[in-house]
Design a protein around this ligand. Structure first.
Ligand code: SF4
Ligand code: SF4
Length: 163
């Protein structure tokens, strides 16, 4: 369950030891919204789709299907760890517009370990620049999508041949 860190006085992250990557091996359908700066980080490994979220068209990537785990989860670990997508780097945190959510289903989240956030602010260890102005970043991504769409509408391929 995702909870806004603003609603928590303090929350900790212990460690992934012994978990066997339940965030990667979930058979749930996981769709991660993308912002423009994410594209270069994900396009080599994941397909990028358009999806309608909150009545807006967004760029997203799919981390797993209804009955499959992430394709890069091999032998209980991530086979592209250094190139894993932003959603995985930030997990169990996730930006939601200008709020930050934490997934309390992660077994490391609780009252032990390093402090993730206190009084609604991430500690340095868990702070990512990606969180900053996330709503603005989403808007810029939307502008980009709309411009591309207008361009697609203007350009017809293959061109109509004169009859
Ligand atoms: S982030 Fe949480 S769910 Fe994922 S491997 Fe670590 S402890 Fe497990
Ligand atoms: S890319 Fe790696 S870290 Fe992300 S869900 Fe897949 S296996 Fe897990």
């Amino acid at each position: 369950m995702y909870i806004n860190i603003n609603d928590l006085e303090k929350i900790h992250f212990a460690s992934c030891d012994g978990c066997l990557g339940s965030c990667c091996s979930s058979s749930k359908f996981i769709m991660a919204p993308l912002i423009l700066e994410d594209i270069k980080e994900v396009y080599n490994h994941f397909q990028i789709f358009f999806a309608s979220i909150d009545n807006e068209t967004r760029l997203v990537m799919i981390l797993g299907g209804k009955e499959s785990t992430c394709p890069y989860f091999e032998e209980d670990k991530c086979s592209i760890y250094e190139q894993r997508p932003p959603a995985c780097k930030l997990y169990p945190l996730s930006p939601y517009y200008d709020e930050i959510l934490i997934n309390t289903s992660c077994s490391a989240v609780g009252s032990l370990g390093d402090i993730v956030s206190q009084n609604g602010k991430c500690t340095d260890k868990f702070y990512y620049k990606r969180f900053d102005n996330f709503t603005t970043k989403l808007s810029k991504t939307k502008e980009y999508i709309n411009k591309r769409r207008q361009f697609q509408q203007q350009v017809q391929f293959p061109p109509k041949l004169a009859s």
